[in-house]
Write a protein that binds this ligand. Structure first.
Ligand code: ZN
Length: 281
C-alpha cells in the first residue's frame, strides 16, 4: 500500500470529508517516527522536508530514506517538499525524487504568484509531480498578530481563477492561522473557509497547525481542509528530547541508546496527533 502519491492521499481525505496530517521532519529519527506513528494509529501520513533543512539530509537522501520506510509500512505514506519559492530548488527536489512539491508565491501579487506557480506546475507535470500552491498569505505568529488580520485572508473570488490559471493539485489558504508559536489562542474563521471551499473542488491545505485548539481543527477538517502541515510542535518536541537525553548522566548518553530513547517518544506524539485524522483505511 505504502508509498503513495500525495494527490491520492488528499483524494482519500476529500472522500472521507477528513484531513491527512503532514509533518515536517529533518533526520532519520523523525522520518521513522512519523511513519511508525502512522502505523500505530492506522492512519495515512505525509512526511515533509522544509528546504532550509536540506543541510541535514540533502533532497535525494531524504527522499530515498522516506521511500525506503514507506515501502515497508502498513499504511499509505506520502512525501512532500514544504514551502519553496525558488524555482531552481524546486526542480532540484523533483530531480532528486520528490513526487510532490509546494510552490509558494504567496508574498507576490496575485498575477506574479499565478505565473510562478503555473511555471512550476508545467514542469512538474512532465514528471507526474503534484504541486501545492498558496493564495493569500499565512504569516508568522511570532512577528505579530497578523494571523488574525483579514487583509491576509485568501479571497474566495481569486481562488477559482488561481486554480484554473495554474493547475495546482491543492491550495494552501489563509483564514486565521500562522506559522510558529501563537502569542494568543488563534481563532480560525470557519465561515470564511466555507466560502473558500465553495469556490473550488481541489483539496485545501491549512498551514500553521501548531497551537490551534483541536475543536477548531475538527471544524476546519469537516469544511474543506484535507491536509494540515505541522512543523513547530514536532520540532520543539524533538529538541526537548535531545536536551533531555544529553543532559542525563553522560555514561547513559551513548550513540546506541539515543535512537531507542527518542524514537518511541516521537512515535507516541505522532500517533496521538493522528487521532485528529478521521480517515478510515
Ligand atoms: Zn507553511
Amino acid at each position: 500500500m505504502p508509498y503513495v502519491k500525495v494527490k491520492e492521499l488528499l483524494a482519500m481525505g476529500k472522500k472521507n470529508n477528513a484531513c491527512v496530517l503532514a509533518f515536517d521532519a529533518a533526520d532519520i529519527n523523525m522520518i521513522k517516527s512519523v511513519i511508525k506513528g502512522a502505523e500505530t494509529a492506522g492512519r495515512p501520513v505525509i512526511v515533509m522536508l522544509y528546504p532550509g533543512m536540506r543541510n541535514i539530509m540533502p533532497f535525494g537522501v531524504f527522499a530515498e530514506v522516506t521511500r525506503y520506510y514507506a515501502e515497508r509500512a502498513s499504511v499509505p505514506v506520502g512525501l512532500h517538499l514544504d514551502h519553496c519559492s525558488d524555482f531552481d530548488m524546486i526542480l532540484e527536489a523533483i530531480h532528486e525524487g520528490f513526487p510532490s512539491v509546494m510552490a509558494d508565491g504567496s508574498v507576490l501579487p496575485f498575477e506574479e504568484n499565478a505565473a510562478f506557480t503555473k511555471k512550476v506546475v508545467e514542469v512538474a507535470r512532465n514528471f507526474d509531480v503534484d504541486v501545492e500552491g498558496e493564495l493569500g498569505h499565512v504569516g508568522t505568529a511570532a512577528d505579530s498578530d497578523e494571523f488574525s488580520r483579514k487583509e491576509f485572508f485568501t479571497r474566495p473570488d481569486e481562488v477559482r481563477e488561481f486554480v484554473e490559471k495554474t493547475g495546482v493539485t491543492s491550495l494552501a489558504v489563509s483564514f486565521g492561522s500562522a506559522h510558529g508559536l501563537y502569542k494568543s489562542t488563534p481563532k480560525l474563521d470557519i465561515n470564511h473557509l466555507k466560502t473558500l471551499s465553495a469556490a473550488t473542488d481541489i483539496p485545501l491545505v491549512l498551514h500553521g497547525g501548531t497551537g490551534i485548539p483541536d475543536d477548531q481543527l475538527a471544524q476546519a477538517f469537516s469544511n474543506g481542509i484535507n491536509k494540515i502541515n505541522i512543523g513547530t510542535e514536532f520540532f520543539n518536541l524533538n529538541t526537548r528530547l535531545n536536551q533531555e537525553f544529553y543532559a542525563q548522566d553522560f555514561s547513559k548518553a551513548d550513540p546506541f541508546g539515543f535512537p531507542e530513547y527518542i524514537q518511541p517518544r516521537l512515535t507516541e506524539y505522532i500517533a496521538g496527533r493522528l487521532e485528529l485524522s478521521k480517515i478510515v483505511l
